[in-house]
Design a protein around this ligand. Structure first.
Ligand SMILES: [Zn+2]
Length: 243
């Protein structure tokens, strides 16, 4: 409102006024628009995870759960278009799951707690995970992975060993709870003879939380809130199985 008056009084003040108007109208909107994330063409993420109590979590007290974040170190696993790596995503979900399980009184054994390969080599990495699980007498094992396929594939899949009835029930329970927690496409449970499932002496499942080869899911999988929800879903699936 003062600008037209000022414009007449002095060229320098007029210039400063125009600059101020520009900053107020146009210049200020840029940073606000880019504040929500770097992948601006994609839909917004869901909000942070609700911090509700897990129903029936007392069944976890005194149980030994092995949490196996897949890959690690030189074994990066899948890699998305934006550079998100499976080994990083599954470790964060695994560590979040450990916190949740320990809070409910479970004893948690991690096959890895950082960016390294269990057993120290490609040849030993799978055996090391299973030997650890068998040695500690775990009640169950959950191996966490992120999938890769054509870019339009999306959703959650949980694998179990075909002849393991406990594994199948655990897979059904984890699959249902994780898809509910994430709102992800339910691709169902599948029997498959993965090494960690085949050699574990306790009910074991391998959950592929989502597809890193899908740019939308890659973005979600890299989000700490989504990782926390995935961990919460796995926790609820374990609780439902044990009840
Ligand atoms: Zn994997």
């Amino acid at each position: 409102m003062r600008a037209p008056v000022v414009l007449k009084s002095s060229p320098l003040v007029a210039l400063l006024s125009l600059l101020l108007l520009f900053l107020l109208q146009g210049g200020g909107s840029g940073p606000q628009e880019s504040g929500s994330g770097s992948f601006s063409g994609l839909p917004p993420l869901a909000g942070p995870p609700p911090m509700q109590q897990v129903a029936g979590a007392e069944v976890l007290r005194g149980r030994t759960i092995v949490v196996d974040p897949g890959h690690g170190g030189v074994n990066r696993g899948a890699r998305g278009l934006f550079g998100v790596q499976e080994k990083d995503v599954v470790l964060r979900i695994g560590l979040a799951l450990r916190s949740l399980l320990e809070r409910e009184g479970a004893r948690v054994i991690m096959t890895r707690e950082g960016d390294y390969l269990p057993g120290g080599s490609w040849e030993r990495q799978l055996a090391a995970r299973v030997e650890l699980a068998n040695r500690v007498g775990a009640n169950l094992l959950v191996s966490i992975h992120a999938d890769s396929n054509k870019p339009w594939y999306q959703g959650t899949t949980t694998y179990y060993l075909g002849n393991s009835s406990g594994g199948r029930r655990l897979a059904e329970s984890v699959q249902r709870a994780v898809t509910a927690a994430l709102g992800s496409q339910n691709r169902g449970i599948r029997a498959k003879s993965f090494y960690v499932l085949r050699h574990s002496r306790m009910p074991a499942v391998l959950v592929e939380v989502g597809f890193l080869s899908n740019p939308l899911e890659e973005r979600r999988l890299a989000d700490p809130g989504y990782q926390e929800r995935a961990a919460r879903g796995i926790l609820q699936g374990i609780v439902n199985y044990l009840q």
